[in-house]
Write a protein that binds this ligand. Structure first.
Ligand code: NDP
Length: 491
């Protein structure tokens, strides 16, 4: 039986209940440009009800945010490292104190299970704590040269613009903001219009935690207006972006006009490679979470499950009950494992990959009624060149692709424009490492499907992006390397 749709919850904006219901499923406000003062309507994907109505930022607001960040930059970069670290530790503590409030808001706005939202908000606090520790480890080198001393410094860039998506709204914002602020930059964050609420709350929490005015600015407006203005703006030194490969391509091209630095975290079509000698029970138990987590709206989703042919039947038999048992429903219910998709448009796009004649091998359940629901779906067998195996679906649809032997596994895994994450399941340790090295991807796990940790680098090969987030290296992406030569024996 399909789980029931969430009971009609009351809708609130930041200050109280709102009454309006949208005319369209994913009403996003009207697209006006410069100086527009229109309303941005934020929906709750599990109910389609209005969650908040806000002023919708235009390009004048983006300009004003950049001006505030520019004005705040000289003083922020001059804050003594231990003091800047203390401010970021304070922000981390304030976020940890507000974890539940932020998690409920994120769960409602993004439609994600409350347990997942709590984990993400915990990570947000951890990210700021980790990079607070990095402020005083922003080290340079001394280099042996003749006639004096050469030394390097990592200098901040200035104003950094962060453009973020709706799938992990505050978590992804923190991955960029933590190292950017720690390195001494000021930031302007443009969250996705579908999910701006936790970012706006973060801006207020930042002020309350003592960040100086203008250091952390949020503009909630459309990408094609506010985002684009930030990309063009001559006072923005860098764009850090997460989103679709298509928009990322445009951002890279736009940033070229002013030689802005860019970090791009883009799409993925990652392979979960299961060899016949693997612990098939463990691989089948872990596979659903790796593709249906966040309703499949995850750039790391292992949406191509490559299974060695002799193990195919056993793997599918072990997979089926697990997919069918996924609890899809109200994001705020403690037992929910998968929520709705973000919008009607996203559901339409996902559905286009499951045509009438699609080889649906396993189908889970989803609530009926309001909400952008889509059941967990496994297509099998699928050819690696077919559309569901080629394109990022960004929904709960997995493709099972059979293969014969190690060489074919690596070839199929690499036959994609993407290279973000992936997994290898085998009991043969040497092969695990060989295959992990041979797959062109930024992050890969052996006998596990995890990708993201605060302390390890994350990012893509090929059209999955440029640059790395998280881990110790992220600080380098928010600084310029300067060499200073000090003559000690004449000039
Ligand atoms: P987009 O790439 O359009 O959006 C990501 C961010 O970029 C949002 O803040 C968006 O603003 C902004 N943006 C959009 N256009 C521009 C522009 N011209 N200049 C500057 N910023 C811009 O993703 P979508 O939301 O449209 O999702 C579409 C598909 O992208 C998904 O189905 C999925 O395949 C992929 N995707 C991948 C993500 C990832 O984690 N790698 C995350 C999200 C999506 P706004 O939305 O407010 O207009």
């Amino acid at each position: 039986m399909p789980p029931s749709a969430p009971a009609n919850r009351r809708s609130h904006d930041a200050h109280g209940p709102v009454r309006r219901r949208p005319g369209r499923h994913d009403a996003r406000g009207d697209r006006r440009g410069r100086g527009a003062r229109v309303t941005l309507t934020v929906l709750e994907p599990a109910t389609e009800a209005v969650l908040a109505e806000l002023p919708r930022a235009g390009s004048d607001d983006a300009d004003a945010a950049v001006a505030r960040a520019k004005a705040a930059y000289p003083a922020w970069r001059a804050v003594a490292p231990p003091d800047r670290a203390r401010l970021l530790y304070g922000l981390a503590d304030a976020l940890a104190e507000r974890q539940e409030e932020l998690a409920v808001l994120e769960a409602r706005n993004a439609g994600k299970p409350i347990g997942d939202a709590r984990g993400e908000m915990g990570m947000v606090a951890d990210v700021f704590r980790y990079y607070a520790g990095g402020v005083e480890r922003n080290l340079g080198d001394t280099i042996p040269v003749s006639g004096g001393v050469a030394m390097t410094f990592r200098e901040p860039l200035g104003v950094v613009a962060l453009i973020t998506p709706w799938n992990f709204p505050l978590a992804i914002a923190s991955w960029k903001m933590g190292p950017a602020l720690a390195a001494g930059n000021t930031v302007v964050l443009k969250p996705a219009e579908l999910t701006p609420l936790t970012a706006l709350k973060l801006e207020r929490i930042g002020i309350e935690a003592g960040l100086p005015e203008g250091v952390l600015n949020v503009v909630a407006g459309p990408g094609s207006v506010c985002g684009q203005r930030l990309v063009e703006h001559p006072d923005v030194a860098k764009i850090a972006f997460t989103g679709s490969t298509e928009v990322g391509r445009g951002i890279a091209a736009g940033a070229a006009a002013t030689i802005k630095r860019v970090t791009l975290e883009l799409g993925g079509k990652s392979a979960n490679v299961v060899f016949a000698d693997a612990d098939l029970e463990a691989a089948a138990a872990a596979a659903p979470g790796a593709v249906f987590g966040n309703a499949g709206q995850d750039c790391c989703a292992r949406s191509r499950i490559l299974v060695e042919r002799p193990a195919l039947d056993e793997f599918m038999a072990a997979l089926q009950p697990r997919v069918e048992a996924i609890a899809v429903g109200d994001p705020l219910a403690e037992t929910t494992e998968m929520g709705p998709l973000i919008s009607a448009g996203q559901r339409e796009n996902v559905a286009s990959f499951v045509s009438e004649d699609a080889p649906v091998a396993i189908r889970g359940s989803a609530p009926k009624g309001p909400g952008y629901w889509f059941p967990p779906t496994v297509l099998a067998p699928v050819g690696n060149d077919e559309r569901p195996a080629r394109e990022e679906i960004f929904g709960p649809v997995a493709c099972v692709i059979p293969f014969d032997g190690e060489e074919e596994a690596v070839r199929l895994a690499n036959e994609t424009i993407y290279g973000l994450s992936g997994s290898v399941w085998t009991r043969d340790g040497a092969r695990a490492l060989r295959v992990a090295r041979a797959i062109d991807t930024g992050v890969i796990s052996i006998n596990s499907n995890t990708s993201v940790r605060v302390a390890t680098p994350f990012g893509g090969f090929k059209q999955s992006g440029i640059g790395r987030e998280l881990g110790p290296d992220a600080l380098d992406h928010y600084t310029e390397l300067k060499n200073v030569y000090y003559a000690t024996e004449g000039s």
